[in-house]
Design a protein around this ligand. Structure first.
Ligand code: DGY
Length: 321
C-alpha cells in the first residue's frame, strides 16, 4: 500500500509527478497561502508531509498527526518546524542543503550591486522618461574596490559570498558562532571580528546566519547605530534576524545608506515603512530561485521523504544544530 502524503503547495512538475506515482498524494492547495487550520485538518491521516518554509509545523499540527512519520522541508532553513517536538515523537525531519549555496550567493552579489549602484532607482528613472542625457552627478553610488564586506554567518553561503567578493576587490571580515580554521580563513582571505566591531568596520554587512533563538533580532536598532552612515545592509537569510521596524527607521533617518532584502520578519508581509523608501531594494524571497536549483530542491525533497517513509535513513536528515 502506498503511504499517504500531504504536499502543502505544488512542487516543480517533474518532482510532483514522481511523488504522485509513489504515494497516495493530497495537494493541500495550489494557492500561495495555506491557512494553518486547513493544514491541521488535512494532516490527520498522513504518514508523510512535504512542506515549505511558509508552512508552520508547530505543536497544533503535530498534535493532529498521529500517523506522521516524516517531514520533508523543501528548504535548507528549518526554523518553520518545531524540530525538538517532532523528534520527541519519532518523526524524521529532512531538508535540502548545499544545492542553494551558489544561487543564494549570486543573489547576494546582485543585491550588493543593486544597492551600491542604485540600479532599481535608475531603472525607474529611465522608464519614467526622465533620462535627458549624461550628467556627471547622475545616480552617484558607491564603488566596491577596497571597501570592506562584513559577513555575519560564515557557513556555506557566507563563504560562497566571500569567494565572489574577492573578485570585486572587497576586503572580507566575518562574524560566526564558531571561528573558521586558519586554513579556511586564509583561503577566503577573511578576518574574524566580534559582531560589534564588524558592524562598525564594514561598508557592506551581509547576513547569512540561520535563524535560531540566538540570532533572532540579532540586528536591533542599537546594532544598526554602530554601522557607518554610508553602510549598506543585505539580508538573504531570515527576516527575523533583523528588527525590521528599526531598520526602516535607520534607512529613513539616514543612519545607514541603503539595504537590500530578500527576506522579511513577518513574511509575506513587508514593513509598510520600507515600501515607500528609495534606499531599499526589496525582493520576494528568491535567493534560490533559479530553475535548476528549484528543480533540484523539489527532487531532493521528494527523495528525502520517500527514503524516510521506506524506513531508510534519508540522505538529508536534519541533525542537531
Ligand atoms: C531556504 O531554503 O531556506 C531558502 O530560504 C529558500 O530557498
Amino acid at each position: 500500500m502506498k503511504p499517504k502524503v500531504l504536499l502543502t503547495h505544488p512542487l516543480l512538475k517533474e518532482a510532483m509527478d514522481y511523488l504522485a506515482e509513489q504515494t497516495e498524494l493530497e495537494l493541500a492547495t495550489s494557492q500561495d497561502f495555506l491557512p494553518h487550520s486547513e493544514l491541521v485538518q488535512k494532516i490527520v491521516d498522513k504518514e508523510g508531509l512535504l512542506c515549505f518554509l511558509s508552512d508552520t509545523i508547530d505543536q497544533e499540527v503535530l498534535d493532529h498527526a498521529p500517523a506522521l512519520r516524516a517531514i520533508s522541508n523543501c528548504a535548507v532553513g528549518i526554523n518553520n518546524i518545531d524540530l525538538k517536538l517532532a523528534r520527541s515523537r519519532g518523526i524524521i525531519v529532512t531538508n535540502t542543503p548545499n544545492i542553494l549555496t551558489e544561487p543564494t550567493a549570486d543573489l547576494t552579489m546582485a543585491l550588493i550591486l543593486a544597492t551600491t549602484r542604485r540600479i532599481v532607482e535608475a531603472d525607474e528613472f529611465c522608464r519614467q522618461g526622465r533620462f535627458q542625457g549624461w550628467r556627471i552627478d547622475l545616480f552617484l553610488g558607491q564603488g566596491l574596490q577596497g571597501k570592506t564586506l562584513g559577513i555575519i554567518g560564515c557557513g556555506q553561503i557566507g563563504q560562497a559570498v566571500a569567494r565572489r567578493a574577492q573578485a570585486f576587490g572587497l576586503k572580507i571580515i566575518y562574524y560566526n558562532r564558531h571561528r573558521l580554521s586558519p586554513d579556511r580563513e586564509a583561503a577566503l582571505k577573511a578576518d574574524y571580528r566580534q559582531l560589534d566591531t564588524l558592524l562598525a568596520e564594514a561598508d557592506i554587512v551581509s547576513i547569512h546566519a540561520s535563524l535560531n533563538p540566538d540570532s533572532d533580532h540579532l540586528i536591533t536598532g542599537d546594532k544598526l547605530a554602530l554601522m557607518k552612515r554610508s553602510a549598506v545592509l543585505i539580508n538573504v537569510a531570515r527576516g527575523a534576524i533583523v528588527d525590521e521596524k528599526a531598520l526602516a527607521k535607520a534607512l529613513k533617518t539616514g543612519q545607514i545608506w541603503a539595504a537590500g532584502l530578500d527576506v522579511y520578519e513577518h513574511e509575506p508581509q513587508i514593513e509598510p515603512d520600507l515600501l515607500s523608501l528609495k534606499n531599499v531594494v526589496l525582493l520576494p524571497h528568491i535567493g534560490s530561485a533559479t530553475y535548476e536549483t528549484r528543480l533540484q530542491m523539489s527532487l531532493m525533497a521528494v527523495n528525502n521523504l520517500l527514503e524516510a517513509l521506506a524506513g531508510k535513513t534519508p540522505a538529508n536528515l536534519v541533525k542537531d544544530s
